[in-house]
Design a binder for this molecule. Structure first.
Ligand SMILES: Nc1nc2c(ncn2[C@@H]2O[C@@H]3COP(=O)(O)O[C@H]4[C@@H](O)[C@H](n5cnc6c(=O)[nH]c(N)nc65)O[C@@H]4COP(=O)(O)O[C@H]3[C@H]2O)c(=O)[nH]1
Length: 537
């Protein structure tokens, strides 16, 4: 899941994902469009094949009708003048068949074009013998006086009809190859019309496996005499549709980019940091680290500040500066505080060695000082008063609500202390310090972190003096160096607790417990100090 989520979260992966999606959608559209156009071309091909078959069936019918008319109307003595006149009358019928022969036993004695031949013309053995008639296929008709013409001679009884090559011509789209053939029972075949060579190629197969015989077909009429082979000529089909194909490809490219953008927007909405946090802010994703608090006087670790981290769904750790504003925006502050408290209570209760007492500082949002629910949030710690002292640091994210004082007193009555956090920055001003009877003040880390020769560095002494004047417990955080710790020690003003990277970075629970044991700290004795004064605003 974490790996899967990273695809949508990491910008570099997202770019590749978008490229992949647009290629896939474009590819899918191209394949579907190609499939659709091949299918409709195949339908056209099948229709053309049926039409070609019908053409041969029609030709056969014309022949059958012609033979019937000849039998009925041509009654004169064969090859006599009246016979020829009767034959010519039939030849003038508008069915395209105009050349008739009188050919008993296959020997032509006279014809409508050449009248009587001095010597009967013998075409020899017929190519095809059927009950339908005897056929001499694609013969040179020059001997019959039809110079330069070829045609098929069909003999039934003593009368033969010449079917010219032109009688088997098909009309068809340019991108379709059609060939009509006539076949003997022996399997021998002759070209009858259309594009020569198609029949052989179609019979040989050899189409691409992907199209598996889709682009060609072959069919024979009911007598098996005439067969039609059809084949889609792909290059011709593509070039005949070129402008349309170009337009469709451009349209598909635009559409795939549009779809990819919409998909990306949807994914961004779904996988945005805000949505991820909203979806998975729960007991499993909220983690705690513990930063030791050291008593400056005794050089002992007396407590820790619980700092929250959020584990993103891709497994990465997110720091508070990123998620806290969102939690406030989503009005999920109390839920979040509760998750942190529950996690810390679970970890510390399990891991802290028996007999060890610890001050546990939590950060709380000012707005939650209005809910009267904080005692319930820390109930787990309050149930173990011999092990834990709870301190709530009011963070400086927003203004402190007017009735916070009441809540602070309620907390104090239950043994929970409150500190003002990050004093000297944001909303935590002298005014809020004066207005609230908090137990302690934590000076903003920017003072201790600042170099001596900077304004903040010089102000450190004054800030310490000022907090001291209020009589509150004083915590200095942001102690990053030994020199700074030494300087704080040398100050005449009493500083109670120090915190910072020089002492320790925030640690996961196991490391924190190891750290405590390594420092072999004795249980801390509570120190006497004067009660914090409640200063009226
Ligand atoms: N440069 C430097 N930094 C130091 C040093 N010592 C400590 N820090 C950092 O200073 C921050 C101290 O916490 P904070 O002032 O309460 O400031 C906290 C606090 O206002 C807020 N926060 C953290 N956890 C929680 C929480 O559970 N609830 C609420 N409401 N706020 C939290 O987020 C802020 C930032 O927390 P983190 O990022 O953990 O950052 C921590 C800590 O890692 C040092 O010597 N040098």
């Amino acid at each position: 899941m974490a790996k899967f989520a990273r695809i949508f979260i990491v910008p570099k992966h997202r770019l590749w994902l978008n490229i992949l999606i647009s290629l896939l959608t474009f590819g899918a559209m191209v394949v579907s469009a190609a499939w659709y156009s091949i299918h409709s071309s195949v339908e056209t091909m099948e229709m053309e094949m049926v039409e070609a078959e019908e053409h041969f069936a029609e030709l056969r019918q014309r022949l059958t009708d012609t033979f019937a008319i000849v039998e009925r109307d041509v009654t004169a003595t064969p090859c006599s003048a009246p016979f020829m006149a009767q034959l010519r009358r039939v030849a003038f019928l508008p069915d395209g068949l105009s050349e008739f022969l009188y050919a008993p036993r296959g020997k032509v004695e006279c014809s409508t074009a050449s009248h009587r031949f001095e010597q009967a013309i013998d075409f020899g053995k017929p190519d095809i013998v059927r009950t339908y008639g005897r056929l001499w296929v694609n013969r040179d008709l020059g001997v019959l006086g039809l110079d330069g013409e070829r045609g098929t001679i069909v003999l039934r009884g003593n009368i033969a009809v010449v079917v010219p090559i032109s009688a088997a011509r098909f009309s068809k789209p340019d991108w379709l190859d059609v060939e009509g053939v006539i076949r003997a029972d022996t399997g021998q075949w002759w070209h009858r019309g259309g594009d020569e060579g198609i029949y052989e190629q179609v019979k040989a197969g050899g189409e691409h496996w992907l199209l598996s015989g889709m682009l060609s077909n072959f069919s024979c009429g009911p007598l098996g005499l005439h067969c039609v082979a059809v084949r889609i000529n792909l290059p011709a089909l593509i070039s005949s549709q070129r402008p349309l194909i170009d337009a469709v490809v451009v349209m598909m490219a635009v559409l795939s980019l549009f779809l990819t953008r919409e998909f990306d927007k949807m994914m961004q909405r779904y996988w945005s940091f805000e949505s991820r946090l909203r979806r998975s802010l729960d007991a499993n994703s909220v983690m705690c680290v513990y930063q030791p608090l050291m008593s400056l006087e005794h050089n002992e670790i007396v407590g820790c500040e619980v700092l929250a981290r959020w584990r993103d769904i891709d497994g990465s750790t997110v720091y508070p500066d990123r998620f806290l504003p969102l939690i406030e925006q989503e009005a999920a502050t109390l839920k979040f505080t509760e998750l942190v408290a529950r996690r810390a209570c679970d970890e510390l209760s399990r891991m802290l060695p028996a007999g060890r007492r610890l001050q546990v500082n939590f950060n709380i949002f000012p707005c939650d000082l209005d809910h009267k629910k904080l005692l319930a949030v820390y109930a787990g710690f309050l149930a173990q008063p011999e092990r834990f002292d709870v301190v709530l640091e009011i963070i400086e994210s927003e203004e402190i609500p007017p009735n916070a004082q009441h809540e602070i007193e309620m907390l104090r009555a239950a043994g929970v202390k409150t500190f003002i956090d990050d004093f000297g920055s944001g909303y935590s001003t002298m005014q809020s310090l004066a207005a609230l009877s908090v137990d302690g003040v934590k000076l903003d880390r920017s003072f201790a972190m600042a170099a001596d020769d900077t304004m903040m560095g010089r102000m450190l002494h004054h800030a310490v003096e000022m907090i001291h004047a209020t009589g509150r417990v004083m915590v200095i955080e942001g102690v990053e160096t030994q020199e700074r710790l030494r300087l704080l020690r040398k100050m005449k003003t009493q500083i109670d607790l120090v915190q910072g990277y020089y002492i320790s970075h925030p640690l996961p629970i196991a490391c924190f417990i190891d750290y405590l044991e390594a420092r072999a700290v004795e249980p801390v004795q509570p120190r006497r100090r004067k009660k914090p004064a409640v200063v009226a605003a």
